[in-house]
Design a protein around this ligand. Structure first.
Ligand code: KIV
Length: 270
């Protein structure tokens, strides 16, 4: 269960949880039914991630997802979540041009979805952008380490922050903190470096492939719960095999239909 005691999780609870050493739980969510289940299970933060491009829309990378597509998913999640803080990714190309563009996208997403915060990828280079969105009254979660929107520039899903990269990661974390973000996702970072960054900054770190010492953890739910039956990263723990369950259910249904075993009398109208 969650360590955050709140009727509605707010960004201030992230600071309280960090101070209390109380881990923050987060999952991705892209639809109303999963959002309601995760919310009732006590997940503190639901991220409407642009990973929807991969695990919902079946695309290779996150780059092509649009603001309009994100809004459809985010609206459903925000409507369903009664307690969790709902954070929405600003998609690739919707905030990199200028802080003005970033503010316009963030405001549109907040107005049209009912979400509570946005997430942007990038560290030092994103300082002005994060500060401008925060100044407009929109809470921002940062995202550093491996940032999937830059996967071509980074040479694929590669661990970040090793060797001389550790100092760059620390600078990115400090920059995101100074710009006014309430939390920062650390993706694919060595555990020891993530622990050091977590100790150094005042905002909550939410790890994905960043070891056990971040202030919170996030996973893509289709990976963690086995709906994604493809190869998953080393950092994913498998809590369920929903893909197998769905396959078995679909097979049983197909068998029942082909043998006229479905529907039965009690499943039919007189
Ligand atoms: O889009 C996403 O799902 C994310 C998580 C991997 C943190 O950014």
């Amino acid at each position: 269960m969650s360590g955050i005691e709140a009727k509605r999780v707010r960004t201030r609870h992230f600071f309280e949880a960090k101070a209390a050493g109380s881990p923050i739980s987060a999952l991705t969510s892209y639809d109303a039914l999963s959002a309601r289940i995760f919310d009732e299970a006590g997940i503190d933060m639901l991220l409407v991630g642009d990973s929807a491009a991969n695990v919902v829309l079946g695309r290779e990378t996150t780059l092509s997802i649009t603001v309009e597509e994100m809004i459809v998913f985010a609206k459903a999640v925000a409507l369903a979540a009664r307690r969790a803080l709902v954070v929405v990714d600003l998609p690739f190309g919707s905030y990199q041009t200028s802080p003005e563009q970033a503010v316009a996208t963030a405001v549109k997403i907040m107005k049209e979805t009912g979400a509570h915060a946005v997430k942007v990828e990038g560290g030092e280079e994103r300082t002005d952008t994060i500060a401008a969105i925060v100044a407009a009254g929109v809470p921002v979660c940062g995202h550093i380490g491996f940032t999937p929107q830059s996967e071509h520039a980074l040479g694929g899903p590669v661990i970040q922050g090793r060797g001389s990269g550790a100092e760059k990661l620390a600078r990115d974390a400090r920059a995101v903190e100074a710009a006014g973000a309430f939390a920062v996702v650390l993706e694919m970072v060595p555990a020891q470096i993530a622990a050091e960054v977590t100790r150094e900054i005042s905002i909550a770190t939410i790890g994905i492939g960043a070891g056990p010492d971040t202030d919170g953890q996030i996973l893509v739910w289709q990976d963690a719960f086995g709906l994604n039956q493809g190869k998953t990263a080393r950092f994913v723990r498998h809590y369920a095999s929903l893909g197998d369950s769905l396959f078995d259910a679909a097979r049983a249904y197909a068998d029942d239909v082909s043998t006229r075993n479905f529907p039965a009398v009690e499943e039919s109208y007189e």
